[in-house]
Design a protein around this ligand. Structure first.
Ligand code: TYC
Length: 102
């Protein structure tokens, strides 16, 4: 009797390899006008940081020009960026938030 071609173990077929979703860094950019206190409040309010961490990240952005606030799947990163930029515009600050593929 003729053998059928090997089609692999049932276990392998039941567990197809799934790519993890791509992750995106949400970053804040420095500018000359947004008050430091406002940036700290944004990091606390939108990224769940305590005051100490928010202050450290704000000072990093202030001195280095850019800093990572968090890493998220695309939909969540897009929402954070939109929320922060809307909030900053509502308060008439030029603070810019953006996303980059991690
Ligand atoms: N550079 C601003 C100032 O001196 C503070 C600041 C920090 C602005 C971080 C934006 O993402 C920023 N008031």
């Amino acid at each position: 009797e003729r053998k059928q071609p090997d089609q692999g173990l049932a276990l392998e077929e039941a567990r197809p390899k799934i790519k993890p979703p791509p992750q995106y860094q949400v970053v804040l950019l420095n500018d000359d006008y947004t008050p430091m206190e406002f940036v700290v409040e944004v990091l606390e309010g939108f990224f769940g940081m305590d005051r100490e961490k928010a202050t450290r990240i704000m000072l990093h952005v202030h001195t280095r020009g850019k800093g990572v606030c968090g890493i998220y799947p695309r939909d969540i990163a897009e929402t954070k960026v939109a929320q922060v930029n809307d909030y900053s515009r509502q308060h008439k600050h030029p603070l810019l938030c953006a996303m980059e593929q991690a």
